[in-house]
Ligand binder design. Structure first.
Ligand code: NAD
Length: 310
């Protein structure tokens, strides 16, 4: 079956998306640098619009997408598509949750190791000709308690990787946790307060919702161990950054690593002045494998929707 629909790819995405769509007869236009003004002029000509992170499909743009059947995000979060506006116009909105699972989970392991052994500081000091071996007494992840908040795709993958490093996994989710998975990783189920009080590392894997805004606030931070470390690779806004700054500065929290921020790009963020804080610029899904997998998933979903299979 071949299709005649026109596809506009608005951001840089793995070439496999283009290849699969073209093989299926779709006319693909690749404009990874398209401006919002240009997009507003062209969007009405396309049945399928694909974005990654750069382009935001605002209400105004969605309304101009008069022929559109599918809006696709080559990634997980749908923060850059006005899904309500799309729904009102009967446009299917799709994403690729599977793509980032392993990439984000591996980044969390990397951030935990970086904090446990102070790798960023070790590297920085050596570049300044300082051999600070004696100051770099680290700790090991094995045997430590990792509290995972949100056991969806990424949280579950992280649990499996951390288990392989002999960490103990404590988990909290607002929906029931698959018992088979829980058994596999020896999951200790807990409520959020117990998890925060018991964990050596806490990693967040929840969406940003009204109910998760500032989920980790001053009050909750104050219940954590003074040596505990927190990792957020989910969405900025789930951790109250002012409260985190105070907890880290006062020594009431051992450390923190953020990949996501309330305001991005997080240039000039005061957290980066703290020695017990490390940061990455929202690179959770930024691996070749994740991008290629996400592009594959989106291509397959588009074809299946056009075939009427899903
Ligand atoms: P998912 O939907 O599979 O899992 C999210 C889980 O959080 C669900 O099980 C849900 O029940 C749970 N949850 C919701 N509210 C909760 C609450 N108040 N307390 C505890 N659990 C709660 O999502 P995912 O694919 O695992 O992604 C998790 C997060 O990671 C999302 O915010 C996503 O946007 C983000 N993400 C970040 C990057 C990055 O580059 N850093 C990449 C991909 C995804």
């Amino acid at each position: 079956m071949s299709f005649s629909d026109k596809v506009l790819i608005c951001d840089q995405v793995d070439a496999v998306l283009n290849d699969i769509l073209k093989k299926n007869g779709l006319a693909v236009t690749y404009e990874p640098q398209i401006t919002p003004e240009d997009l507003a002029k062209k969007i009405g000509d396309y049945e399928i619009i694909v974005v990654r992170s750069r382009t935001t499909l605002t209400k105004d743009l969605v309304e101009k997408a008069t022929k559109c059947k599918i809006m696709a995000r080559v990634g997980v979060g749908l923060d850059n598509i006005d899904t309500d506006a799309a729904k009102a116009k009967n446009i299917r909105v799709i994403n690729a949750v599977e793509g980032a699972m392993n990439a984000v989970a591996e980044l969390v392991i990397g951030l935990m190791l970086a904090m446990a052994r102070d790798i960023p500081r070790a590297d920085r000091e050596l570049r300044n000709d300082k051999w600070i071996k004696k100051e770099l007494m680290g700790t090991e992840l094995a045997g430590k308690y990792l509290g995972i908040v949100g056991l969806g795709n990424i949280g579950k993958r992280l649990a499996r990787l951390a288990r392989a490093l002999n960490m103990n996994i404590i988990g909290f989710d607002v929906v029931p946790i698959d018992p088979e998975f829980a058994k596999d990783v020896g999951l200790i189920k807990a409520d959020l307060d117990t998890l925060l009080q018991s964990a050596d590392y806490v990693s967040l894997h929840v969406p940003l919702l009204d109910s998760t805004k500032n989920l980790i606030n001053a009050n909750r931070l104050s219940t954590m161990k003074k040596t505990a470390r927190i990792i957020n690779t989910s969405r900025g806004g789930t951790v109250d950054e002012n409260a985190l700054y105070e907890a880290l500065k006062s020594g009431n929290l051992g450390g923190a690593a953020l990949d996501v921020f309330e305001k991005e790009p997080a240039i000039g963020n005061k957290l980066v002045s703290l020695p017990n804080f490390i940061a990455t610029p929202h690179i959770g899904a930024q691996t070749k494998e994740a991008q290629s997998l996400a592009a594959n998933v989106i291509a397959e979903k588009i074809i299946q929707i056009l075939r009427g299979v899903i």
